[in-house]
Design a protein around this ligand. Structure first.
Ligand SMILES: Cc1ncc(COP(=O)(O)O)c(C=O)c1O
Length: 432
């Protein structure tokens, strides 16, 4: 049995004693061992173990006063990732073209391998870029589509993706079929049927947003993809909000294409993202920035981006090390626990309403809520309580989106609920 003192010592070693050394900045074996031991001794308990998560918090540079509950927009990076990025920056500034182009571009292959293993796919199916917008736009604009071809998308897909498809409507005359979801939805079958109902013989592609950014609704992507595959429809997954947040492998979906932003839940440097393209589909997908052979089946043809931020990309490996120390399952469970923790407490606030589902299989860290009769809830949280959130207005969802992260403590969430309570009580008084 681990005593509390042993536990704290090990945590301190695991998260506080992270060693920086060498260009790839690996965690020291001692650090790794300590964390592994610790986790082995605390099966499942650490989801609620505030000591464990307190040390995770120490690994980030969260602000003392501002409470950041918009981790859905973009995540902060653990200090080890920040340090890695800065170390590369300094090194490259000694001789940029030598270090960036001759030495470090080779190191990217190691990162590609690591990310591919984590995703359950082959390294020659992963290309790095700046974000989901760049990745999915490359895919949407790179597909061979003709007038009359149908593509199924959803009314809650992200605007940048819907805009890219709209451009293809204007340019090529494709037909967009839009699934009308009414969120929140707690029934998987209903969601699957909503998509299947839009499939026809002319459908070539379906875009599936794994976690819907407006409310944190999770789409049963695997099941919808199975239905699409049965009908010969190619699946494109927008995993901007699910990668390194929900516990899954890219290979689970049998999709042909996927895009994600690594600066969201993987907590990699800002401006890092990736696409997955199934090996057999690479040659027929046109790259946006033309390489020598645009019909090549080498995934690197999508990385012909000119001069870029190599230090940010190399630090993806460091972010993945950190993520794996916590573990995908543990992180997903903790994030859901945090969401449930504050929502349960806020339930009895008069007028409190949630646009996010109750079904845990269709829920995640993000949740969008409102308090009836309260004007400008998000602005009040910021101005009076120094709590940063984001306002949501889309398809009948009008509220504030609350997104904790692994460094968010229960005390932070108590502070949020107290702010909600106080705002609601002031509203009630002004209406008396
Ligand atoms: C579902 C979804 N897709 C795509 C994006 C775009 O991400 P990025 O700005 O990193 O390109 C977002 C951003 O929040 C998103 O929520």
């Amino acid at each position: 049995m681990t005593s509390r003192r042993d536990f704290l010592e090990r945590m301190s070693l695991a998260f506080g004693g992270v060693a920086i050394g060498g260009p790839l900045l690996a965690f020291s074996p001692k650090t790794k061992k300590n964390l592994e031991l610790l986790i082995a001794e605390l099966p499942n308990a650490e989801v609620r173990n505030e000591d464990f998560w307190g040390f995770v918090k120490q690994a980030y540079s969260s602000s003392g006063s501002l409470l950041n509950l918009n981790n859905g927009g973009v995540s902060p990076q653990p200090k080890v990732v920040q340090e890695s990025f800065i170390e590369y920056y300094k090194l490259f500034n000694q001789a940029p073209s030598y270090y960036m182009w001759r030495i470090m571009t080779k190191e990217i292959e190691g990162v590609r391998q690591k990310v591919a293993e984590f995703s359950g796919v082959n390294a020659d199916e992963i290309a790095f870029n700046r974000n989901t917008t760049e990745g999915l736009d490359t895919i949407i604009h790179g597909l061979n589509l003709s007038k009359g071809d149908e593509v199924v998308i959803g009314n809650f897909d992200y605007p940048n993706m819907r805009q890219a498809w709209n451009q293809r409507v204007l340019r090529d005359g494709i037909d967009l079929k839009i699934v009308q979801l009414q969120l929140p939805m707690n029934d998987e079958d209903e969601m699957v049927q909503a998509y299947v109902g839009r499939f026809s013989k002319k459908t070539k592609y379906v875009l599936l947003t794994h976690v819907i950014n407006w409310t944190g609704q999770v789409l049963p992507v695997k099941r919808i993809a199975e239905e699409a595959n049965k009908r010969g429809i190619s699946v494109i997954v927008d995993a901007a909000h699910s990668f390194a947040h929900l516990d899954f492998k890219v290979s689970d979906f049998n999709a042909d294409y996927l895009g994600t932003s690594l600066h969201k839940w993987l907590c990699a440097p800002f401006g890092t993202g990736m696409i997955y393209v199934r090996k057999g589909k690479i040659s027929e997908l046109w790259p946006s920035f033309s390489p020598p052979d645009p019909r090549s089946d080498d995934i690197r043809k999508f990385e012909n981006l000119g001069t870029r931020n190599i230090g940010a990309e190399l630090s993806i490996g460091k972010a993945l090390d950190f993520h794996e120390l916590i573990g995908s399952q543990r992180k997903a469970e903790r994030l859901l626990y945090l969401r449930n923790y504050w929502i349960q407490q806020a339930q009895d606030i008069d007028g409190f309403q949630s646009f996010s589902p109750n079904n845990p299989d269709l829920s995640c860290a993000l949740a969008t809520v409102d308090i009836k009769g309260v004007e400008k809830l998000g602005q009040q949280l910021q101005a009076k309580y120094n709590i940063h959130t984001t306002d949501i207005h889309h398809e009948g969802v009008d509220g504030v989106r609350i997104t904790p992260n692994v460094y968010t403590s229960l005390k932070d969430l108590d502070r949020l609920v107290a702010a909600f309570r106080s705002i609601a009580s002031k509203r009630s008084k002004s209406q008396e």
